[in-house]
Design a protein around this ligand. Structure first.
Ligand code: NAG
Ligand code: NAG
Ligand code: NAG
Length: 275
């Protein structure tokens, strides 16, 4: 028992150290000759799939799936097939046509900032969302769907920027502010579904979508969430993730090392103003 506890503490410590050290780089777009051949073969093998969206069969996307499955073409194809099925079952084709005005106000997610490489930001102050209240009102599924809608929006946005030649690659950054995060509003039993669904769908359907994942103002209680979702993390997520505590003079220089202040709202220490 005691040993187990020590082991856990030790692992947590190693995890945090690793996160702080792990530095992410921009998406690697160069391929060796043999990787290029594997990609061409993979393209042929998935050509019979009926893709609901044209981007799904673009090289950059296929490459992500291949890399996520360590160049195992069959496993990458299974993963892609699963994404196509999820896209249909979850009604992703309609998601941007639904009325999100209430969610926009109550659960703001900012997508208009970019980092110094021009990669878009997906930023929100999750600590200010009353998740427990949403559960009580029977709106948890709606909140999750809202998050998925915004994630697909940033995914679209980054592809547009890449097509216009404004950025290299198709990655965005995930910036989470946990100021005001508390166990009452954010760790209720049903609330936990949000964290696993978010992480699971990210890893399976948007693999390596984020270049950087930065969490600021992370309280000790957020460890519960990290322990829950960590088994789902891909190596790329582990490399992208930086979990920073509540000391602003510590997280601020790290957060703003690759982002200008005018790209983030005031509660992130930025200067961008929203009404
Ligand atoms: C990018 O990928 C190529 C091919 O896999 C590899 O040779 C190269 O070292 C990688 N570059 C970086 C910066 O990781
Ligand atoms: C894309 O990469 C090239 C080569 O590394 C670089 O010269 C160029 O500035 C990059 N473009 C953008 C928009 O970052
Ligand atoms: C916050 O971090 C700074 C820099 O490491 C340190 O000097 C300061 O004492 C810390 N503040 C608190 C409240 O821990």
């Amino acid at each position: 028992m005691l040993l187990n506890k020590f082991l856990k503490l030790f692992l947590v410590h190693v995890f945090f150290t690793f996160c702080m050290v792990g530095d992410s780089s921009q998406e690697n777009l160069s391929l060796t000759k043999s990787e290029k051949q594997k990609l061409d073969k993979f393209k042929k093998s998935v050509s019979t799939i009926k893709f609901p969206q044209p981007w799904m069969k673009e090289d950059l996307n296929l490459l992500r799936y291949l890399r996520a499955r360590v160049w195992d073409s069959q496993r990458a194809k299974d993963m892609l097939t699963e994404t196509v099925k999820w896209w249909r079952d979850y009604g992703m084709d309609n998601i941007h046509k639904e009325d999100w005005s209430k969610y926009e106000k109550e659960f703001p997610i900012y997508l208009d900032g970019v980092d110094t490489n021009g990669q878009p930001l997906f930023a929100f102050t999750f600590g200010e969302w009353d998740l427990r209240k949403a559960v009580v009102q029977g709106r948890l599924k709606g909140v999750i769907r809202w998050l998925f809608k915004r994630r697909d929006e940033v995914h679209k946005k980054v592809r547009d920027l890449q097509r216009e030649g404004k950025i290299n690659g198709t990655q965005w950054n995930f910036i989470l502010n946990l100021d005001n995060f508390n166990s009452h509003q954010h760790l209720c039993a049903q609330c936990l579904q949000l964290y696993t669904e978010w992480t699971g769908t990210y890893e399976t359907h948007y693999p390596a979508g984020a270049d950087k994942i930065i969490i600021i103002n992370s309280p000790a209680s957020f460890e519960i969430v990290l322990n829950l979702v960590r088994p789902l993390f891909s190596p790329s997520t582990r490399q992208a993730l930086k979990v920073l505590g509540p000391n602003k003079s510590e997280w601020s220089p790290i957060l703003f090392s690759g982002i200008d202040k005018d790209q983030l709202p005031e509660n992130f220490g930025g200067t961008r103003h929203y009404n």
